[in-house]
Design a protein around this ligand. Structure first.
Ligand code: NAD
Ligand code: GLY
Length: 359
Protein backbone atom coordinates (compact mmCIF):
# COMPACT_ATOMS: atom_id res chain seq x y z
CA UNK A 1 0.00 0.00 0.00
CA UNK A 2 1.23 3.49 -0.82
CA UNK A 3 0.77 6.21 1.81
CA UNK A 4 0.88 9.87 0.87
CA UNK A 5 0.64 12.52 3.56
CA UNK A 6 -0.87 15.82 2.57
CA UNK A 7 0.25 18.55 4.91
CA UNK A 8 -2.03 21.51 5.51
CA UNK A 9 -1.67 23.02 8.99
CA UNK A 10 -4.59 21.83 11.11
CA UNK A 11 -6.11 19.86 8.26
CA UNK A 12 -3.46 17.31 7.24
CA UNK A 13 -4.50 13.85 6.13
CA UNK A 14 -3.35 10.61 4.61
CA UNK A 15 -4.11 9.32 1.15
CA UNK A 16 -3.95 5.51 1.07
CA UNK A 17 -3.57 3.81 -2.30
CA UNK A 18 -3.70 0.04 -2.49
CA UNK A 19 -5.13 -2.60 -4.76
CA UNK A 20 -7.89 -4.44 -2.94
CA UNK A 21 -8.21 -2.05 0.04
CA UNK A 22 -11.93 -1.82 -0.61
CA UNK A 23 -12.68 -4.90 -2.69
CA UNK A 24 -10.89 -7.23 -0.28
CA UNK A 25 -12.35 -5.39 2.70
CA UNK A 26 -9.04 -4.28 4.16
CA UNK A 27 -10.41 -0.82 4.71
CA UNK A 28 -10.10 0.52 8.26
CA UNK A 29 -12.64 3.08 9.32
CA UNK A 30 -13.32 2.37 12.98
CA UNK A 31 -10.95 5.10 14.19
CA UNK A 32 -13.03 7.70 12.37
CA UNK A 33 -16.25 6.52 14.00
CA UNK A 34 -16.06 7.40 17.72
CA UNK A 35 -19.75 6.52 18.23
CA UNK A 36 -19.61 3.50 15.90
CA UNK A 37 -21.87 5.37 13.54
CA UNK A 38 -21.55 6.71 9.97
CA UNK A 39 -23.51 7.74 6.88
CA UNK A 40 -22.36 6.46 3.48
CA UNK A 41 -23.32 8.50 0.40
CA UNK A 42 -23.03 6.76 -2.95
CA UNK A 43 -24.79 6.39 -6.27
CA UNK A 44 -26.83 3.33 -7.23
CA UNK A 45 -24.26 2.01 -9.75
CA UNK A 46 -21.38 2.22 -7.31
CA UNK A 47 -23.42 0.99 -4.37
CA UNK A 48 -24.47 -2.10 -6.30
CA UNK A 49 -20.86 -2.85 -7.20
CA UNK A 50 -18.98 -1.94 -4.02
CA UNK A 51 -21.54 -1.13 -1.33
CA UNK A 52 -21.46 -4.76 -0.16
CA UNK A 53 -17.70 -4.71 0.45
CA UNK A 54 -17.81 -1.39 2.30
CA UNK A 55 -20.91 -2.37 4.27
CA UNK A 56 -19.35 -5.68 5.35
CA UNK A 57 -16.13 -3.95 6.42
CA UNK A 58 -18.07 -1.40 8.48
CA UNK A 59 -20.25 -4.06 10.08
CA UNK A 60 -17.23 -6.23 10.93
CA UNK A 61 -15.69 -3.19 12.64
CA UNK A 62 -18.86 -2.69 14.65
CA UNK A 63 -19.91 0.48 12.84
CA UNK A 64 -23.61 1.00 12.43
CA UNK A 65 -24.20 2.84 9.15
CA UNK A 66 -26.99 4.31 7.07
CA UNK A 67 -26.51 4.45 3.34
CA UNK A 68 -27.95 6.69 0.67
CA UNK A 69 -27.63 5.59 -2.96
CA UNK A 70 -28.57 8.40 -5.32
CA UNK A 71 -29.29 8.03 -9.02
CA UNK A 72 -25.97 8.55 -10.86
CA UNK A 73 -25.22 11.84 -12.55
CA UNK A 74 -24.17 15.45 -12.31
CA UNK A 75 -27.78 16.44 -11.47
CA UNK A 76 -27.06 15.27 -7.94
CA UNK A 77 -24.88 18.28 -7.30
CA UNK A 78 -27.99 20.31 -6.57
CA UNK A 79 -29.68 22.17 -3.72
CA UNK A 80 -32.50 19.68 -3.83
CA UNK A 81 -30.29 16.62 -3.31
CA UNK A 82 -28.28 18.49 -0.70
CA UNK A 83 -31.44 19.10 1.28
CA UNK A 84 -32.39 15.43 1.09
CA UNK A 85 -28.94 14.55 2.44
CA UNK A 86 -29.33 16.95 5.35
CA UNK A 87 -32.72 15.40 6.16
CA UNK A 88 -31.20 11.92 6.23
CA UNK A 89 -28.32 13.10 8.43
CA UNK A 90 -30.85 14.56 10.84
CA UNK A 91 -33.12 11.52 10.83
CA UNK A 92 -30.21 9.18 11.55
CA UNK A 93 -29.18 11.32 14.50
CA UNK A 94 -25.75 12.08 13.03
CA UNK A 95 -23.70 14.10 15.51
CA UNK A 96 -20.78 16.44 14.87
CA UNK A 97 -18.28 13.62 15.39
CA UNK A 98 -19.85 11.00 13.14
CA UNK A 99 -18.34 10.79 9.65
CA UNK A 100 -19.88 11.00 6.22
CA UNK A 101 -18.25 8.56 3.83
CA UNK A 102 -18.37 9.38 0.10
CA UNK A 103 -18.21 6.21 -2.00
CA UNK A 104 -18.28 7.15 -5.68
CA UNK A 105 -16.98 9.41 -8.40
CA UNK A 106 -16.40 13.14 -8.33
CA UNK A 107 -20.10 13.91 -8.23
CA UNK A 108 -20.62 12.00 -4.99
CA UNK A 109 -17.36 13.33 -3.49
CA UNK A 110 -18.22 16.96 -4.31
CA UNK A 111 -21.80 16.65 -3.07
CA UNK A 112 -21.18 14.62 0.11
CA UNK A 113 -18.12 16.76 0.88
CA UNK A 114 -20.12 19.97 0.61
CA UNK A 115 -22.88 18.46 2.76
CA UNK A 116 -20.24 17.45 5.34
CA UNK A 117 -18.71 20.92 5.30
CA UNK A 118 -22.00 22.59 6.17
CA UNK A 119 -24.05 20.12 8.24
CA UNK A 120 -23.78 21.24 11.88
CA UNK A 121 -21.01 23.61 10.70
CA UNK A 122 -18.89 20.69 9.61
CA UNK A 123 -18.72 16.96 10.30
CA UNK A 124 -15.83 14.58 9.47
CA UNK A 125 -15.65 13.41 5.88
CA UNK A 126 -13.92 10.45 4.23
CA UNK A 127 -13.41 10.02 0.49
CA UNK A 128 -13.46 6.60 -1.17
CA UNK A 129 -13.21 7.62 -4.84
CA UNK A 130 -14.23 5.02 -7.43
CA UNK A 131 -13.57 6.69 -10.80
CA UNK A 132 -10.13 7.35 -12.23
CA UNK A 133 -10.98 11.05 -12.36
CA UNK A 134 -11.88 11.11 -8.69
CA UNK A 135 -8.89 8.96 -7.66
CA UNK A 136 -6.33 11.17 -9.41
CA UNK A 137 -7.97 14.52 -8.86
CA UNK A 138 -11.39 15.23 -7.40
CA UNK A 139 -11.00 13.41 -4.06
CA UNK A 140 -7.80 15.27 -3.16
CA UNK A 141 -7.47 18.89 -2.15
CA UNK A 142 -10.77 19.65 -0.45
CA UNK A 143 -12.74 21.42 -3.16
CA UNK A 144 -16.36 20.48 -2.57
CA UNK A 145 -19.35 22.00 -4.31
CA UNK A 146 -22.80 21.83 -5.83
CA UNK A 147 -24.03 23.48 -9.02
CA UNK A 148 -26.51 26.25 -9.71
CA UNK A 149 -28.57 26.48 -12.87
CA UNK A 150 -26.36 29.46 -13.69
CA UNK A 151 -23.15 27.48 -13.53
CA UNK A 152 -21.09 24.64 -12.15
CA UNK A 153 -19.61 24.51 -8.65
CA UNK A 154 -20.90 27.99 -7.83
CA UNK A 155 -21.76 27.01 -4.27
CA UNK A 156 -18.92 25.33 -2.47
CA UNK A 157 -16.18 25.42 0.07
CA UNK A 158 -12.70 24.17 0.81
CA UNK A 159 -13.13 21.27 3.18
CA UNK A 160 -10.41 18.69 3.53
CA UNK A 161 -11.34 15.05 4.12
CA UNK A 162 -9.98 13.16 7.12
CA UNK A 163 -8.68 10.47 4.81
CA UNK A 164 -8.76 9.44 1.14
CA UNK A 165 -8.88 5.69 0.51
CA UNK A 166 -8.11 4.62 -3.06
CA UNK A 167 -8.53 1.10 -4.41
CA UNK A 168 -7.41 0.99 -8.07
CA UNK A 169 -9.13 -2.41 -8.46
CA UNK A 170 -12.53 -0.72 -8.60
CA UNK A 171 -11.54 0.94 -11.87
CA UNK A 172 -11.94 -2.42 -13.65
CA UNK A 173 -15.70 -1.84 -13.85
CA UNK A 174 -15.51 1.66 -15.36
CA UNK A 175 -16.81 2.20 -18.87
CA UNK A 176 -14.24 3.19 -21.51
CA UNK A 177 -15.79 6.65 -21.55
CA UNK A 178 -15.32 7.18 -17.81
CA UNK A 179 -11.80 5.75 -17.99
CA UNK A 180 -10.92 8.26 -20.73
CA UNK A 181 -12.36 11.12 -18.71
CA UNK A 182 -9.92 10.24 -15.95
CA UNK A 183 -7.05 9.89 -18.41
CA UNK A 184 -7.56 13.54 -19.38
CA UNK A 185 -6.72 14.56 -15.79
CA UNK A 186 -3.80 12.11 -15.69
CA UNK A 187 -2.37 13.73 -18.84
CA UNK A 188 -2.95 17.13 -17.24
CA UNK A 189 -0.61 16.17 -14.39
CA UNK A 190 1.99 14.94 -16.86
CA UNK A 191 1.74 18.28 -18.70
CA UNK A 192 2.05 20.23 -15.43
CA UNK A 193 5.45 18.77 -14.62
CA UNK A 194 5.12 15.26 -13.26
CA UNK A 195 8.06 13.95 -15.29
CA UNK A 196 7.98 10.41 -13.91
CA UNK A 197 4.33 10.22 -14.91
CA UNK A 198 5.08 11.67 -18.33
CA UNK A 199 7.72 9.03 -18.83
CA UNK A 200 5.32 6.20 -17.86
CA UNK A 201 2.70 7.55 -20.27
CA UNK A 202 5.17 8.03 -23.10
CA UNK A 203 6.77 4.61 -22.71
CA UNK A 204 3.81 2.33 -22.08
CA UNK A 205 0.60 1.47 -23.85
CA UNK A 206 -1.00 -0.68 -21.20
CA UNK A 207 -1.20 1.17 -17.90
CA UNK A 208 -2.65 -1.62 -15.79
CA UNK A 209 0.51 -2.65 -14.00
CA UNK A 210 1.43 1.01 -13.36
CA UNK A 211 -1.94 2.06 -12.06
CA UNK A 212 -1.05 2.45 -8.37
CA UNK A 213 2.04 4.45 -9.29
CA UNK A 214 0.12 6.65 -11.75
CA UNK A 215 -2.54 7.46 -9.16
CA UNK A 216 0.17 8.15 -6.57
CA UNK A 217 2.08 10.50 -8.89
CA UNK A 218 -1.06 12.46 -9.77
CA UNK A 219 -2.07 12.77 -6.11
CA UNK A 220 1.49 13.77 -5.19
CA UNK A 221 1.52 16.47 -7.86
CA UNK A 222 -1.87 17.77 -6.72
CA UNK A 223 -0.83 17.62 -3.05
CA UNK A 224 2.21 19.80 -3.77
CA UNK A 225 0.03 22.53 -5.31
CA UNK A 226 -2.61 22.26 -2.57
CA UNK A 227 -0.03 22.39 0.25
CA UNK A 228 1.30 25.66 -1.14
CA UNK A 229 -2.03 27.26 -1.95
CA UNK A 230 -5.01 25.48 -0.40
CA UNK A 231 -7.52 28.22 -1.23
CA UNK A 232 -6.58 28.59 -4.90
CA UNK A 233 -5.24 32.15 -4.95
CA UNK A 234 -1.95 31.45 -6.73
CA UNK A 235 -0.12 28.29 -7.81
CA UNK A 236 -3.13 25.98 -7.39
CA UNK A 237 -4.64 27.76 -10.38
CA UNK A 238 -2.18 25.78 -12.51
CA UNK A 239 -4.45 22.79 -11.92
CA UNK A 240 -6.95 24.54 -14.16
CA UNK A 241 -4.92 23.73 -17.24
CA UNK A 242 -7.54 23.03 -19.93
CA UNK A 243 -10.38 23.76 -17.50
CA UNK A 244 -11.17 27.36 -18.51
CA UNK A 245 -12.02 26.27 -22.05
CA UNK A 246 -13.34 22.93 -20.78
CA UNK A 247 -15.87 24.57 -18.44
CA UNK A 248 -16.99 26.86 -21.28
CA UNK A 249 -17.52 23.85 -23.51
CA UNK A 250 -19.49 21.97 -20.85
CA UNK A 251 -21.67 25.02 -20.31
CA UNK A 252 -22.17 25.60 -24.05
CA UNK A 253 -23.68 22.12 -24.28
CA UNK A 254 -25.67 22.57 -21.07
CA UNK A 255 -23.61 19.80 -19.42
CA UNK A 256 -25.21 17.19 -21.65
CA UNK A 257 -22.70 16.46 -24.39
CA UNK A 258 -19.34 16.14 -22.66
CA UNK A 259 -18.42 14.84 -19.26
CA UNK A 260 -15.85 16.81 -17.26
CA UNK A 261 -12.81 14.88 -18.47
CA UNK A 262 -13.87 14.95 -22.12
CA UNK A 263 -14.30 18.71 -21.99
CA UNK A 264 -10.94 19.12 -20.23
CA UNK A 265 -9.18 17.13 -22.99
CA UNK A 266 -10.52 19.50 -25.66
CA UNK A 267 -9.78 22.43 -23.35
CA UNK A 268 -6.13 21.36 -22.99
CA UNK A 269 -5.83 21.17 -26.79
CA UNK A 270 -7.24 24.71 -27.08
CA UNK A 271 -4.87 25.96 -24.38
CA UNK A 272 -1.95 24.34 -26.21
CA UNK A 273 -3.12 26.06 -29.42
CA UNK A 274 -3.29 29.38 -27.57
CA UNK A 275 0.22 28.85 -26.18
CA UNK A 276 1.54 28.26 -29.68
CA UNK A 277 -0.30 31.23 -31.24
CA UNK A 278 0.73 33.60 -28.45
CA UNK A 279 4.31 32.36 -29.00
CA UNK A 280 4.63 31.29 -25.39
CA UNK A 281 5.20 27.61 -26.03
CA UNK A 282 8.41 26.05 -27.23
CA UNK A 283 8.05 24.58 -30.69
CA UNK A 284 6.58 21.09 -30.66
CA UNK A 285 4.85 21.46 -27.28
CA UNK A 286 1.34 21.41 -28.71
CA UNK A 287 2.13 18.39 -30.88
CA UNK A 288 3.63 16.51 -27.93
CA UNK A 289 0.51 17.02 -25.85
CA UNK A 290 -1.85 16.09 -28.68
CA UNK A 291 0.17 12.95 -29.44
CA UNK A 292 -0.17 11.85 -25.82
CA UNK A 293 -3.93 12.37 -25.88
CA UNK A 294 -4.20 10.48 -29.16
CA UNK A 295 -2.10 7.62 -27.83
CA UNK A 296 -4.67 7.06 -25.07
CA UNK A 297 -7.64 7.51 -27.37
CA UNK A 298 -8.79 10.89 -26.07
CA UNK A 299 -10.75 13.09 -28.39
CA UNK A 300 -9.19 16.56 -28.40
CA UNK A 301 -11.00 17.95 -31.41
CA UNK A 302 -13.30 20.89 -30.96
CA UNK A 303 -16.33 20.24 -33.10
CA UNK A 304 -18.04 23.54 -32.27
CA UNK A 305 -17.25 27.01 -33.52
CA UNK A 306 -14.43 28.32 -31.29
CA UNK A 307 -15.86 31.85 -31.69
CA UNK A 308 -18.86 30.66 -29.66
CA UNK A 309 -16.86 28.83 -27.02
CA UNK A 310 -14.07 31.24 -26.19
CA UNK A 311 -16.26 34.17 -25.05
CA UNK A 312 -18.00 31.79 -22.64
CA UNK A 313 -14.72 31.50 -20.75
CA UNK A 314 -15.45 34.94 -19.35
CA UNK A 315 -18.17 33.39 -17.23
CA UNK A 316 -15.63 31.19 -15.54
CA UNK A 317 -15.50 32.35 -11.94
CA UNK A 318 -11.73 32.49 -12.00
CA UNK A 319 -11.53 35.11 -14.71
CA UNK A 320 -11.44 38.88 -14.67
CA UNK A 321 -13.60 41.14 -16.78
CA UNK A 322 -12.46 41.63 -20.36
CA UNK A 323 -9.71 39.06 -20.25
CA UNK A 324 -8.98 35.54 -19.30
CA UNK A 325 -6.42 34.10 -16.99
CA UNK A 326 -5.04 31.12 -18.87
CA UNK A 327 -2.75 28.30 -17.91
CA UNK A 328 -0.42 27.84 -20.86
CA UNK A 329 2.58 25.61 -21.39
CA UNK A 330 6.06 26.98 -22.03
CA UNK A 331 6.80 23.34 -22.75
CA UNK A 332 5.58 19.99 -21.45
CA UNK A 333 6.12 20.19 -17.71
CA UNK A 334 6.40 23.98 -17.53
CA UNK A 335 3.06 25.69 -17.06
CA UNK A 336 2.59 29.43 -16.62
CA UNK A 337 -0.42 31.62 -15.90
CA UNK A 338 -0.95 34.35 -18.42
CA UNK A 339 -3.64 37.03 -18.44
CA UNK A 340 -4.82 37.50 -21.99
CA UNK A 341 -7.33 40.05 -23.21
CA UNK A 342 -10.20 38.20 -24.79
CA UNK A 343 -10.12 40.41 -27.87
CA UNK A 344 -6.43 39.60 -28.37
CA UNK A 345 -7.06 35.91 -28.10
CA UNK A 346 -9.99 36.09 -30.52
CA UNK A 347 -7.93 38.14 -32.98
CA UNK A 348 -5.00 35.75 -32.89
CA UNK A 349 -7.23 32.71 -33.35
CA UNK A 350 -9.04 34.47 -36.20
CA UNK A 351 -5.87 35.59 -37.96
CA UNK A 352 -4.59 32.07 -37.87
CA UNK A 353 -7.76 31.00 -39.69
CA UNK A 354 -8.16 28.01 -37.47
CA UNK A 355 -11.27 26.15 -38.37
CA UNK A 356 -13.49 24.23 -35.99
CA UNK A 357 -10.87 21.65 -35.32
CA UNK A 358 -7.99 21.94 -32.94
CA UNK A 359 -4.85 20.90 -34.72
P1 NAD B 1 -19.29 10.68 -11.69
O1 NAD B 1 -19.13 10.80 -10.26
O2 NAD B 1 -20.58 11.14 -12.29
O3 NAD B 1 -19.05 9.17 -12.13
C1 NAD B 1 -19.17 8.84 -13.48
C2 NAD B 1 -20.02 7.58 -13.68
O4 NAD B 1 -19.23 6.45 -13.31
C3 NAD B 1 -21.29 7.52 -12.85
O5 NAD B 1 -22.32 7.03 -13.67
C4 NAD B 1 -20.97 6.49 -11.75
O6 NAD B 1 -22.10 5.78 -11.33
C5 NAD B 1 -19.99 5.59 -12.47
N1 NAD B 1 -19.01 4.92 -11.61
C6 NAD B 1 -18.30 5.44 -10.60
N2 NAD B 1 -17.41 4.56 -10.15
C7 NAD B 1 -17.57 3.44 -10.86
C8 NAD B 1 -16.93 2.18 -10.89
N3 NAD B 1 -15.90 1.90 -10.10
N4 NAD B 1 -17.36 1.24 -11.78
C9 NAD B 1 -18.38 1.53 -12.63
N5 NAD B 1 -19.00 2.71 -12.68
C10 NAD B 1 -18.60 3.65 -11.80
O7 NAD B 1 -18.15 11.47 -12.51
P2 NAD B 1 -16.61 11.75 -12.26
O8 NAD B 1 -16.04 11.89 -13.60
O9 NAD B 1 -16.01 10.83 -11.30
O10 NAD B 1 -16.64 13.18 -11.55
C11 NAD B 1 -17.07 14.33 -12.22
C12 NAD B 1 -17.37 15.38 -11.18
O11 NAD B 1 -16.18 15.67 -10.44
C13 NAD B 1 -17.82 16.70 -11.78
O12 NAD B 1 -18.95 17.16 -11.07
C14 NAD B 1 -16.65 17.64 -11.55
O13 NAD B 1 -17.05 18.97 -11.38
C15 NAD B 1 -16.05 17.08 -10.29
N6 NAD B 1 -14.63 17.38 -10.09
C16 NAD B 1 -14.25 17.86 -8.88
C17 NAD B 1 -12.93 18.14 -8.64
C18 NAD B 1 -12.51 18.63 -7.29
O14 NAD B 1 -11.35 19.01 -7.11
N7 NAD B 1 -13.39 18.62 -6.32
C19 NAD B 1 -11.96 17.94 -9.65
C20 NAD B 1 -12.38 17.42 -10.87
C21 NAD B 1 -13.73 17.14 -11.08
N1 GLY C 1 -9.36 20.41 -9.84
C1 GLY C 1 -8.70 21.66 -9.58
C2 GLY C 1 -8.39 21.86 -8.14
O1 GLY C 1 -8.63 21.03 -7.31
O2 GLY C 1 -7.86 22.89 -7.80
Amino acid sequence: MIELFIEIPGRSYMILIGKGILTQKKIELKNFCPHNKAVVVSDTTVWELYGGALGQALTEQGVDFTHLALPPGENNKSMRTLESLFKTFYQTGLTRNDPIIALGGGVIGDLAGFAASTYMRGVPFIQIPTTLLAQVDASVGGKVAINMEEGKNLIGSFYQPKQVIIDPDVLSTLTAREWNAGMAEVIKYAALGQYELLSILENHFSLNEHLEQIIYLCCKCKAEYVEQDEKDYSVRMMLNFGHTFGHALEKYHAYSRYNHGEAVAIGMALAARAGALLEISEEGTEQKLLRLMEKFGLNHRLEDDWEQIIPLTLNDKKNFSGGISLVLLRKMGEPIIKKVLLEDLMRIFREEHINYECR
